[in-house]
Design a protein around this ligand. Structure first.
Ligand code: RB5
Length: 144
């Protein structure tokens, strides 16, 4: 499985940690940047990661900023992206089971690294349940 990672300056440190964590677990990782903790604008990295998902270079995306909110707002502007701002493990499972989210947006300022690693584990290992949820996703796609 290939995971595309991106952040802004607020999420940079946890992005580096999560990158190492995923590599250690055997995932293939595309690091969309940034390369340092210098101030950057989160929409630029949301766009990069979203493009990796859209062109099928990556299966899932992980984005980190201060809250995860800005990343989710930005990534969801791109067609076929379903980005979920997730702050606990229950939401991680539901974002996959019910929403077939393909990008998880994490808060590096309000959620610990340990919890975010757990969120990523659950997000990447939980399947979409389909059935009634598929019809709802079709309706979301029709809005694009
Ligand atoms: C940067 O200060 C902060 O606004 C950003 O990381 C993020 O939380 C936006 O949603």
């Amino acid at each position: 499985m290939i995971v595309a990672l991106g952040s802004d300056h607020a999420g940079f440190s946890q992005k580096e940690e999560i990158k190492a964590y995923l590599l250690e677990k055997g995932f293939e990782v595309i690091d969309a940047g940034p390369r340092s903790a210098s101030r950057v604008d989160y929409p630029d990295y949301a766009e990069k990661v979203a493009h990796y998902i859209r062109d099928s270079s990556a299966d899932f995306g992980v984005l980190l900023c201060g809250t995860g909110i800005g990343m989710a707002i930005a990534a969801n502007k791109l067609r076929s992206i379903r980005a979920a701002n997730v702050i606990n493990t229950e939401f991680a499972a539901l974002a996959r089971k019910h929403n077939d989210a393909n990008v998880v947006c994490l808060s590096a300022r309000y959620v610990t690294l340990a919890t975010n690693e757990e969120i990523v584990d659950i997000f990447l290992s939980t399947d979409f349940e389909g059935a009634r949820h598929s019809m709802r996703l079709d309706k979301i796609a029709a809005l694009e």
